[in-house]
Write a protein that binds this ligand. Structure first.
Ligand code: ADP
Ligand code: F6P
Length: 324
């Protein structure tokens, strides 16, 4: 039987995501209610290496469940990708009596969590990224809020696009993953959806589609373009030149990562936060909390990182079927 965990550290790492605060709150309160102490580590692994560590009470997480961002701040930290940095991080945990750690972030953060586990700090990951690009789980903290934020913004662009009978290219976040683009494509009734996983760069197909749609009387043409493809402004100029239809580009950018978390993000993040503490209390380490096939579960970190995920082909096919 593993030694009982006395003190848990919690940090957020990589891109922030709405709902991270709900997860922090759940980690803090469920740990305290199990008789453990909690220390908040500011600014991810960077703050760990700088020993930016604060004691947390139940009241430290009051009034945060409805706020976007992360009260612990977040950062990216090159030093922690080195063995030296990881050993320093594990030593600092030991110095502060942190024998259990909860890391809220994406795949990169989980790689760091795996290293901490290997160095003797019991560590559990919680999936937090608006991109939904973590293979072991169907839910990641922040995706639901981000797609709803993007959907509302795209509805607004659509109003003006229709009024001016224009083509609009709207760029949504997702450097490597097209989940936000696909979901907005469905939810906003886009005429074209460009995903980094699928787009082959053939603009002539897009141009033909716009011209055909105009012929059958469509008043606008909405193209959702994922950040991973990018170049929305120059694409707009080329489309306008080729079709003669006024074309504008809108890049939604970081507004998609902020704002009030949805009910789903608050609830799932809360449950995942509590599950992470439960795993530590059971003496587990090197695991990622996940949501799969309608249930909360957990995976070994290395197994989780080795899994692959792709846009479901049937969903992509349906999205194309509905554009006309
Ligand atoms: P995300 O967690 O959202 O995928 P990043 O890929 O930027 O975001 O990773 C966040 C942080 O996790 C990095 O800045 C780094 O400190 C840490 N990290 C990433 N990869 C590794 C690795 N291979 N080993 C140790 N730490 C890593
Ligand atoms: O958090 C995920 C994400 O928003 C990606 O969609 C995007 O490519 C990236 O982070 C941008 O990160 P930043 O601008 O903070 O470096």
């Amino acid at each position: 039987m593993a030694n009982k965990i006395k003190t848990i550290g919690v940090l957020t790492s990589g891109g922030d995501a709405p709902g991270m605060n709900a997860a922090i709150r759940a980690v803090v309160r469920s740990a305290i209610n199990r008789g453990m102490k909690v220390k908040g580590i500011m600014r991810g692994y960077a703050g760990l290496l700088q020993e930016e560590i604060v004691d947390m009470q139940s009241s430290s997480v009051s009034d945060i469940i409805h706020r976007g961002g992360t009260i612990l701040y977040t950062a990216r930290c090159m030093e922690f990708t080195t063995l030296e940095g990881q050993e320093k991080g594990a030593e600092i945990c030991k110095k502060h009596g942190i024998d259990g750690m909860v890391v809220i972030g994406g795949d990169g953060s989980f790689r760091g969590a795996g290293k901490l586990s290997a160095l003797g700090v019991n560590t559990i990951g919680i999936p937090g990224t608006i991109d939904l690009d973590i293979a072991c789980t169907e839910y990641t903290i922040g995706f639901d809020t981000a797609v709803n934020t993007a959907m509302e913004a795209i509805d607004k662009v659509r109003d003006t696009s229709t009024s001016h009978e224009r083509c609009s290219i709207i760029e949504v976040m997702g450097r490597h993953a097209g989940y936000i683009a696909l979901w907005c494509g469905f939810a906003n009734g886009a005429e074209d959806i460009l995903l980094p996983e699928r787009y082959d760069g053939d603009e002539q197909i897009l141009i033909n589609h716009i011209i055909e749609n105009r012929k059958i009387g469509k008043k606008h043409h909405i193209i959702i373009n994922a950040e991973g493809i990018g170049h929305s402004a120059s694409m707009a100029r080329r489309i306008e030149a080729a079709t003669g239809i006024e074309t504008r580009a809108t890049i939604l950018g970081h507004m998609q990562r902020g704002g009030i978390p949805t009910c789903k993000d608050r609830v799932y993040a809360s449950i995942m936060g509590a599950k992470a503490v439960e795993l530590l209390a059971e003496g587990k380490s090197n695991r990622v909390v996940a949501y799969k096939n309608g249930e909360y579960t957990d995976f070994d970190i290395q197994e989780a990182l080795a899994m692959e995920k792709d846009i479901p082909e049937d969903q992509y096919d349906i999205s194309k079927l509905l554009t006309r």
